[in-house]
Ligand binder design. Structure first.
Ligand SMILES: [Zn+2]
Ligand SMILES: [Zn+2]
Length: 417
């Protein structure tokens, strides 16, 4: 972390601390450190020149703080702010992108998707960040004070003095070992977090999200999040790792954590047997006791907790079934409503009042009469039943056609008009 801290001090930190500092302490520090150089650079050729050169010197001072760059307090404060800004920017930029570009929004219709879930996930994450940051701080302070085994350049690392391919080979080995070590440790940390005692106290909040969105990636108890990051920090104190590589891997694990929370069930991909992707972690949120891994599936396989993602496990199946059920229910309700509308008309027909409407007369042209329109429509629907009824009543007496059965009634109606 000394690299980001160096750039922070260079461009922001020095001025910021000077501005915030006690003015008397600041003045004393400036006087002590710059007096000699400033005095030597003054132009004494005239009073005006001396005044102008002194003014230029003062304005050129960046300002110094009584908290020097190597002060532990200043380093801790700076690292706390840097880490907070870093995780805040990364979380909102990547999770927002993933939520809008990858996450299938139909998932929000899943019966286990909570009301206002995204807002709750974000609120929970923002609550966790300050404490998570504080817990992580000692590792970062230890690093900038030189207690870790991170190294700055290839030459400073193992086999750096020998040159050639060896230091690069070590870098490749350390990257692979780092991934294996952290994956193994995170598997067990996560699995132990499912022991009922720890689960209830630490890990349960993260499993509140049965159908997680990318915003759930950091929505956990701060101690839960911290414990799952400890293997990363431990690794830096156990074996030499290149600093830039560590920053890259540490940032990537945060991206990966967001990526595996998009609930996307990518099934039948050849890599699904080796890489612990979104489908595996979706199953973990659905079934709790499988797929504890971070990047890879080997630990789950080795310790009997691997579950292969299957198409039938996809929560989208339940979502689509629910949507179909809802559509069917709406159709049934509409059919019921139409039946209810028809019922009074049928009664009127049964009592002989239905004959007041001529089933073959043209539709009313008056724009105001929706009642009349529905009356005609109902009458049209009722016609086959009326005809059937007439057939029944006259079948024994006559052998006429439908036309002959209905003609007298129509003629009667026309004569009324
Ligand atoms: Zn999760
Ligand atoms: Zn879990």
């Amino acid at each position: 972390m000394d690299i980001p801290l160096h750039y922070f001090d260079e461009y922001i930190g020095d001025r910021l601390y000077a501005a915030l500092d006690n003015p008397f302490a600041k003045h004393a520090a400036v006087t002590a450190q710059n007096a000699t150089a400033s005095f030597a650079s003054l132009d004494w050729s005239s009073t005006t020149a001396a005044f102008e050169s002194a003014k230029a010197v003062v304005e050129s001072w960046p300002g110094l703080s009584s908290l020097r760059r190597d002060s532990v307090l200043r380093q801790a404060l700076s690292l706390y702010c840097l880490t907070y800004v870093g995780i805040f920017v990364l979380y909102f930029s990547v999770a927002t992108f993933s939520y809008y570009a990858i996450f299938d929004h139909r998932m929000e219709a899943h019966p286990r998707f909570l009301k206002n879930q995204v807002r709750k996930e974000i609120a929970y994450s923002l609550e966790a960040f300050p404490m998570l940051d504080l817990l992580t701080l000692p590792w970062f302070v230890g690093d900038v004070r030189g207690w870790s085994m991170l190294y700055d350049t290839v030459e400073e690392g193992p086999f750096g003095k020998q040159g050639g391919a060896l230091p690069w080979l070590y870098m490749a080995f350390s990257a692979a070992f780092f991934l294996w070590f952290t994956d193994f440790c995170i598997y067990w940390v996560h699995r132990w977090l499912h022991i009922p005692f720890l689960y209830k106290r630490l890990h349960k909040p993260h499993h509140k999200w049965i159908i997680p969105t990318p915003f759930a990636s950091h929505a956990f108890h701060p101690v839960d999040g911290y414990l799952q990051s400890v293997p990363y920090h431990m690794a830096c104190y156990m074996f030499p790792i290149h600093k830039y590589m560590f920053i890259g891997l540490f940032s990537f694990v945060n991206l990966w954590s967001i990526f595996i929370h998009d609930s996307d069930m990518l099934c039948d991909h050849p890599l699904e047997h080796y890489i612990n992707g979104p489908a595996h972690h979706t199953l973990h949120h659905l079934y709790f006791t499988c797929n504890y891994g971070q990047y890879f599936t080997w630990a789950d396989k080795a310790f009997s907790s691997f579950r292969v993602p299957a198409k039938g496990d996809d929560p989208l199946v339940a979502v689509l079934a629910g949507l179909e059920k809802k559509r069917q229910a709406e159709e049934d309700a509409e059919a019921e409503r139409l039946r209810a509308l028809k019922a009074p008309e049928m009664k009127r027909i049964d009592s002989g009042l239905g004959s007041e409407v001529d089933p073959e007369s043209p539709a009313p042209s008056s724009p105001a009469s929706s009642d009349r329109e529905s009356s005609v429509e109902r009458s049209e629907m009722a016609r086959p039943k009326r005809i059937a009824k007439q057939r029944t009543s006259t079948a024994s007496a006559t052998s006429g056609t439908d036309e002959t059965l209905s003609r007298p009634r129509r003629e009667g109606l026309r004569s009324r008009k």
